[in-house]
Design a protein around this ligand. Structure first.
Ligand code: COA
Length: 267
């Protein structure tokens, strides 16, 4: 994997690229990759770079070390936070979530250990979550007198169901990898040593398809998550109609008829 020069120094993240896949690694292992304002600013820049860089076709987020993906927001930071700075902090995290969710490229979380609080909320914004066997999920905010933000109260119920989400958020209990897989919080659990290879394999399975078909379907799923049928149909029809006018549609259909692999151009 090659280190990427994003044109700025990064203190808390590693940004690397292998072929079309950008790997963004949270890199504060001594603090279990807890997120402070510096991490958030750097992550926002890295996601903006990944979204606009044409050679990047997909993004994997992971944590450095063998213990944590992200052990939550940096709790020390909360000491000096008041209602105004707390609200700004929420808005900054929402921006990051939206960058992930609105990116017309697949984003996979490779969860390699603790995935708590804000870490869980970042993972929930990703398209897919693959976890190592030692991964532990949780929303422990209420332990500190605060609550999940960054859309955690919206996405966790959408992904695991309201009953389970209420239990996870209100008891603050930890959810281990096997349970996370059972309740649909993660797509797959694999040994830690295989995590990045499996995340790459999952990414390559996505990248084998038309990037436009994938991007528009992602957009439709995001928009349609809580739309009524009438509006959901409209989103699908309009995005779907554009796809019929693309070279990728012609290529995908021609490749099937000619019994060969398609070569998509994203056009
Ligand atoms: N914010 C700031 N620092 C954190 C942190 C966080 N969210 N999570 C871990 N750290 C720091 C610890 O303070 C410790 O620092 P130190 O070595 O200077 O004392 C270091 O990371 C290692 O953590 P430690 O607690 O020693 O590891 P552990 O294996 O015993 O426990 C956890 C791991 C994740 C169970 C524990 O660190 C924890 O509960 N962290 C808080 C997680 C959390 O509630 N996050 C959500 C916040 S809303």
């Amino acid at each position: 994997m090659e280190n990427v020069d994003m044109g700025r120094t990064l203190n808390t993240l590693l940004v690397q690229q292998e072929g079309g896949v950008a790997v963004i690694t949270f890199n504060r292992p001594r603090q279990l990759n807890a997120m402070n304002m510096e991490v958030m600013a750097e992550l926002e820049d890295a996601l903006l770079w990944a979204a606009r860089e044409r050679s990047v076709k997909g993004v994997i987020l992971t944590g450095s070390g063998e213990k944590a993906f992200i052990a939550g927001a940096d709790i020390v930071m909360f000491r000096d936070m008041d209602a105004v700075t707390g609200r700004d902090f929420a808005i900054a995290g929402e921006r990051i979530s939206r960058l992930i969710e609105d990116m017309p490229k697949p984003v996979i979380a490779a969860v390699n250990g603790y995935c708590l609080g804000g870490g869980s909320e970042v993972a929930l914004a990703c398209d897919m979550r693959i976890a190592s066997e030692n991964a532990v999920f949780g929303q422990p905010e209420a332990k500190y007198g605060i609550m999940p933000i960054w859309y955690g109260t919206k996405r966790l119920p959408q992904i695991v169901g309201m009953g389970r989400a209420r239990e996870i958020i209100m008891t603050c209990r930890m959810v281990k990898a096997d349970e996370a897989e059972r309740i649909g919080l993660v797509n797959k659990v694999v040994p830690l040593a295989d995590l990045m290879a499996e995340a790459m394999a999952m990414m390559n399975a996505v990248l084998a398809n038309s990037p436009l078909g994938v991007a528009y379907a992602k957009r439709a799923m995001t928009l349609n998550w809580d739309l009524d049928l009438e509006h959901a149909g409209e989103v699908e029809r309009d995005l779907g109609a554009v796809l019929y006018a693309t070279a990728d549609k012609n290529e995908g259909v021609a490749a099937f008829v000619e019994k060969r692999k398609p070569e998509f151009k994203g056009r």
